[in-house]
Design a protein around this ligand. Sequence first.
Ligand code: VG1
Ligand code: CO
Length: 552
Amino acid sequence: MASSTLTVTTVDLAQPFSDQKPGTSGLRKSTRQFETPHYLESFIEAVLQVVPGVQGGTLVVGGDGRYGNRQAIAVIVRMAAAHGIARVITCTDGILSTPAASHLIRSRGAIGGIILSASHNPGGPEGDFGVKVNGANGGPAPESITEAIYQATLNLQGYRIADTGAAWALDLSQVGQDQLGDLAIEVIDGTGDYVALMQQLFDFEAIRTLLRNDFNLAFDAMHAVTGPYARVIFETLLGAPAGTVRNGTPSEDFGGGHPDPNLTYAHDLAALLLEGDAYDFGAACDGDGDRNMVLGRHCFVNPSDSLAVLTANATVVPGYAGGLRGVARSMPTSAAVDVVAKELDIPCFETPTGWKFFGNLLDAGRITLCGEESFGTGSDHIREKDGLWAVLFWLNILASRREPVSRIMAAHWSRFGRHYYSRHDYEAIASEAAHGLYDRVKAMQPELVGQSFAGRRIEVADDFAYTDPIDGSLTSGQGLRLLLDDGSRVVLRLSGTGTQGATLRVYLESYVAPDGDLDQDPQVALADLITAIDDLAEIKTRTGMARPTVIT
Ligand code: VG1
Ligand code: CO
């Protein structure tokens, strides 16, 4: 229904919001906070003021299906119309995974995208909501843009929105085209383009053969966005039996759970693989589909090791048969991939936490694969981490090597050595306690160099800073590192994605060479580091927590 005249209303804000500073990945707050009148609109106004190319540009909009997703899409469409955007591409039911959004932005030449997701945080009226902002390269907006957006929110007097009247509703129930003033609204099926990209990269025929031959796969979509994608990929195209995809229908509150694919929140899947014998491979993705957890029978693959294995085996995958230009990992991710990169004689970069720091390296063609310890792995096929891509990568390797996951891991360690690794998260601790603990260790750092720690010597004690090799920008304050003389290390960071109090992350890592003991439980192998950091940072006493909330 075309209407050429559009009434635009300017809504005045009595006072700007002071808390719309994006964190590690977008703006995340409680759903309640987002329901404050004008709260979402304020942030979107700032985005539309800051992001280049709005006049006449194309914008991709979708989300992970959580409570508030559809209403937010309708608001963004009305605001896009008021700001001169020419075309909004959105999806049926508003369902668009973060990696699929990244691909759409790139393939459709959009100025960027807005993804409604608080990722792995719970959803629903009592949960969290979030807004991720991506740029024209398909990746998370860099710090220069997110900071400008934040500054814009602090000075905002009001916002502009199309006055559509009460009768107007955005129809997301089917594929189609609509018009709001001069704005074209295109509703597509969000899975199609993404699935086609996966078919270009991976050997679907080989994976289909694997799945046909007594190889049982379990995939847990955690009631979140990957369900519809996974059904098409695993059950329709790859011929896995119906039911392979568990919890495959997106729900507004993710079935009441945390859509966070780790051993704590995806415990049903973990138990299926680690305790039972019925499955050969298990995987799960998070709320917005950018994270992955992979498991073999009786074998959990930690994400840092996963990145190393994908790097070492990349050339069996058609999309990477020509080899890798380089790799990158976030600072807290273990150095398992570094060792592989060295052997392959390719560059390996160490960046701060958050996918936005990989963007320049990917754009400049310096790296092909990259990853984070937080269940994030991806490549230059898009500019986001990509959960289903990682699962398909593993399946392609398994189809080619015809060995169980546990044997692939054992072979990897006996070739490259093993980086025992664990992350201990202390969630929702009082903000003051967390900052007190963190600032105290930071203040102690200059005196720590040369001291003994868990039977080793502290060689470096610093706060990680990064100079981007492409644009020279400096990012500091990215985590407190204690680097020990035998290559082990402990890192402390405060999360930038939580919404309740503060979350302290303790990253522990220790390397054992190929001729060492490769078969220990990581918690045992790291026990002395765990005790030493607790003593030094007074974690238990200061947080009041006897143990971490989540151990990975
Ligand atoms: C966490 C992870 C980080 C990841 C970020 C976004 O951030 O540690 O590696 O990039 O979440 O992931 P933090 O600041 O809480 O440690 V996602 O799946 O929300 O986009
Ligand atoms: Co996510």
